[in-house]
Design a protein around this ligand. Structure first.
Ligand SMILES: Cc1cc2nc3c(=O)[nH]c(=O)nc-3n(C[C@H](O)[C@H](O)[C@H](O)COP(=O)(O)OP(=O)(O)OC[C@H]3O[C@@H](n4cnc5c(N)ncnc54)[C@H](O)[C@@H]3O)c2cc1C
Length: 378
């Protein structure tokens, strides 16, 4: 039996757990200091920008393509296994192009995608108006790109379904357990130091009167999928992988009445803002992209949220009459001075890192999980 520990149960850790659960020779335990889908994953909009992205080759395209393909089977598979409903929008993404946008780039991308077996359409304003009478196409908008095979998924519902499905296949989850450090960077059996917040997961530990149980455990493989927590864990091995936060704010709206054309409900994207249709005339709108100014903590910027709100209303005026039922922010894990995501081995050790997915963690989670499985079972 090969013992595998996964640290972190956001979308990435949960996807890896489910992927590995298909291999009975692996005994998998997932540790998280919180319940699942609380950190970056809990804030995400779940827009899967694969075909419509400008990545056309190499690892970046491969990960996108693998994920998009896997999502088509993964969602029904998880729903059937767990009985959970996972909201999955299969109506594509419609990206509005403003004046100054080089449409010849999109023509080129369309041809590339065609050769790769994917569809991408360039719509003139008439087509956009016809299918989306609720959008206000100001003089700035010149065309739109429609990507029918891109998707959007509810990241929290998906993560919870992955956890349930992995549990059914024997994966052990330990929530409320923080990993405080790692040892054995060069060792075939790396060790993790845990503190358990009173869930009593580890029989050898004794409650020291504080409800905190310090324990060390050995595994054959460790997978660090701890998002922004990954830096501290790698630092404990003296192999710092620097991952920094980029804040995003978003809004949840509810409309009184349906929009004019409620049959066609793709994600609408314009100027880096997504309008994400949900059920019951509800919408998510997001997200801002806010960096730390001097390396310190990032405070959510009220002006940027206001700008997001105004842009959304300019595009879809019906939102002005909608009720805002929630507003939130989250931190995206972005690798410093290297490209996202980081799916790698730490030196020659049996410690793998699957972190730093920045703005595309939901999109890239299935492909990340497959890559990690290949690294373990090579
Ligand atoms: C506002 C916003 C909108 C976004 N929209 C999209 C989108 O539309 N599409 C998309 O693909 N991506 C989107 N993202 C990005 C996406 O959310 C992230 O890339 C993704 O969630 C990262 O997942 P993760 O599992 O690596 O990290 P996380 O979800 O952050 O999970 C890490 C987990 O590790 C745990 N952990 C950390 N340290 C420890 C420790 N020492 N011990 C135990 N547990 C630990 C944490 O508790 C947490 O549960 C968005 C992000 C934000 C903030």
């Amino acid at each position: 039996m090969v013992r595998v520990a996964i640290i972190g149960c956001g979308i990435v850790g949960a996807s890896i757990a489910f992927e590995l659960s298909n291999y009975p020779e692996l005994k998998v335990t997932v540790f998280d200091k919180q319940p699942p889908a609380q950190a970056s994953t809990g804030a995400a909009l779940g827009v899967l920008m694969g075909v419509i992205s400008h990545k056309t080759k190499g690892r970046n395209w491969q990960l996108r393509e693998t994920s998009l393909q896997r999502y088509e089977t993964l969602i029904p598979e998880l729903e059937a296994m767990t009985g959970r409903k996972i909201p999955f929008n299969k109506q594509g993404i419609l990206m509005l192009c403003a004046e100054g946008e080089d449409l010849s780039k999109w023509e080129k991308l369309k041809a590339t995608r065609q050769s790769q077996g994917w569809d991408l359409e360039i719509w003139d304003l008439e087509q956009v108006r016809d299918r989306n009478p609720h959008l206000n196409l100001n003089d700035n908008i010149i065309a739109a790109i429609y990507s029918p095979q891109d998707r959007q998924v509810d990241p929290t519902a998906l993560t919870l379904a992955l956890v349930d499905a992995a549990k059914l296949k024997g994966v052990n989850f330990e929530f409320g357990v923080e990993v405080t450090g790692l040892m054995g960077g060069q060792d075939a059996h790396p060790t993790i130091n845990l503190i358990s917040c009173g869930t009593g997961i580890l029989p050898v530990a004794e409650d020291c009167g504080t409800g905190i149980l310090p324990v060390a455990e050995k595994f054959d493989w460790l997978i660090i999928a701890a998002g922004l927590g990954s830096s501290a864990l790698t630092a404990s091995l003296n192999q710092l992988i620097d991952i920094r936060p980029v804040l995003g704010q978003a809004l949840h709206f509810r409309l009184q009445n349906p929009l004019a054309n409620s049959d066609f409900t793709p994600v609408i994207t314009c100027d880096d803002i997504h309008i994400v249709p949900l059920e019951n005339q509800e919408y998510w709108v997001g997200a801002t992209v806010e960096f730390s100014e001097n390396g310190g903590e990032i405070q959510a910027n009220a002006e940027m949220l206001d700008g997001l709100f105004k842009k959304a209303i300019a595009l879809c005026p019906a939102l002005a009459a909608a009720t805002i039922i929630k507003q939130w922010s989250g931190l995206r894990p972005r690798p410093e001075r290297r490209s996202a995501p980081i799916i790698d081995r730490l030196g020659n050790s049996n410690i793998l890192i699957a972190s730093g997915h920045y703005r595309n963690g939901v999109l890239l989670a299935p492909a990340t999980a497959q890559t990690i499985r290949e690294m373990i079972l090579q």
